[in-house]
Design a protein around this ligand. Structure first.
Ligand code: OGA
Ligand code: NI
Length: 359
């Protein structure tokens, strides 16, 4: 079983942004990945991309177009576990404003950011590592993590006070993205052959969890030796990622290669998390992804995690369990599940695999 919750980091925290400003042609050993994990071991540049899907018809009355969009989403969920959506209803101005506000935050003087330094107890605030294993090899990124929902966990004092518009922008962004997530939950339910409200109910109704992780990937003098974020699947329900508008970096695993996502303008990248893999009895899979860095441009992304209510058991939908397709996972609450990643950090798909029912 899992050990007790960690109280503090096992070693002093170093901000990657500070390292980036002081390292000119080398990086500390702590960030050097073993050769098999380095980005250079991936396939050469290739032309494929995750599917780009226009959601316009979901807001209209043309039933045929609506059904066609649902079919496209269904295919992307099954084949990729990842899709990009455009014309999704969130205003492009708000998306730009959210990115700009957070870029400003990361460019504040260090003392302004340090006052929000996080601990592994809740991870809220300004952080530079995931996992508490002493001596672990670290990723080349800093982040800011905060709770948007449930309201009982939402605490403005844990959100940055600067830049002055920050809290207001996060609030507005959160509201719009939650609406979009609610819509996607219906689409996914119907596509799985379930009642429209199925996934939302399984998540505990509308009193779900939602959190934002803003990732900041500073320039790196030796990008071929490290990763901005190690391979992982997202532990929660579903993720809406707003990537950097100019700098690519996200790679998605497709069989044995890593595909670099080419973001479409003002698209969100949507991916299935471990909890929907479990609820769907693996009809949909959470797919591994990682982030590479580069030597001449920093990169910023906003990952919005839409999660089940944290204290209810999540298990395969009984409608999707048959004698031919027995339940693949044992029930577990998201609170319990999240401890895996909070202790051990990003580890491919080992966390969800460890829930497999004994055969
Ligand atoms: C994440 C993530 C990808 C990115 O935060 O879980 O996968 O492009 N981010 O920053
Ligand atoms: Ni992720």
């Amino acid at each position: 079983m899992l050990q007790k919750k960690p109280q503090d980091w096992p070693e002093p925290i170093v901000r990657v942004q500070s390292l980036s400003e002081s390292c000119f042609d080398s990086i500390p050993d702590r960030y050097i990945k073993p050769p098999s994990d380095r980005p250079s071991s991936s396939a050469p540049f290739d032309q494929s991309n995750i599917p780009i899907i226009d959601l316009r018809s979901l807001f209209g009355t043309d039933a045929k177009a609506h059904a066609a969009t649902l079919a496209q989403i269904s295919e992307a969920c099954r084949d990729w576990g990842f899709l990009q959506i455009v014309n999704h209803g969130v205003s492009p101005e708000l998306m730009d404003k959210a990115r700009e506000t957070w870029r400003e935050f990361f460019h504040l003087p260090m003392e302004n950011k340090q006052q929000y330094a996080n601990s592994p107890k809740t991870y809220e605030g300004y952080g530079s590592r995931l996992g508490v294993e002493k001596g672990a090899i670290l990723d080349w990124s800093d982040y800011y993590f905060l709770h948007y929902l449930p309201l009982s966990l939402k605490d403005y004092n844990k959100w940055p006070a600067l830049p002055p518009s920050c809290r207001e922008v996060i609030d507005e962004y959160g509201r719009e993205v939650v609406k979009l997530c609610e819509r996607l939950m219906k689409v996914l339910s119907v596509n799985l052959g379930l009642e429209e409200e199925f996934l939302q109910n399984a998540f505990g109704g509308y009193d779900v969890g939602a959190c934002l992780r803003v990732n900041f990937y500073p320039k790196c003098p030796r990008p071929e030796l490290t990763l901005g974020l190690s391979p992982h699947s997202d532990p929660g329900g579903m993720t809406l990622l707003l990537p950097d508008s100019e700098v690519p970096g996200l790679q998605v695993r497709k069989l044995d290669t890593w595909i670099t996502v080419k973001p479409a303008p003002h698209a969100f990248i949507v991916n299935i998390g471990d909890q929907i893999q479990i609820l769907s009895n693996a009809k949909y899979k959470s797919v591994e992804h990682r982030v590479i860095v580069n030597s001449d441009k920093e990169r910023l992304s906003l990952a919005f995690f839409y999660n089940p209510k944290s204290d209810i058991p999540i298990a395969p939908a009984k409608e999707l369990v048959t004698p031919e397709q027995p339940a693949l996972y044992q029930p577990m609450t998201f609170d319990e599940y999240r401890l895996f990643i909070r202790m051990m950090g990003p580890r491919g798909k080992s966390h969800v695999d460890s829930l497999k029912s004994p055969r």
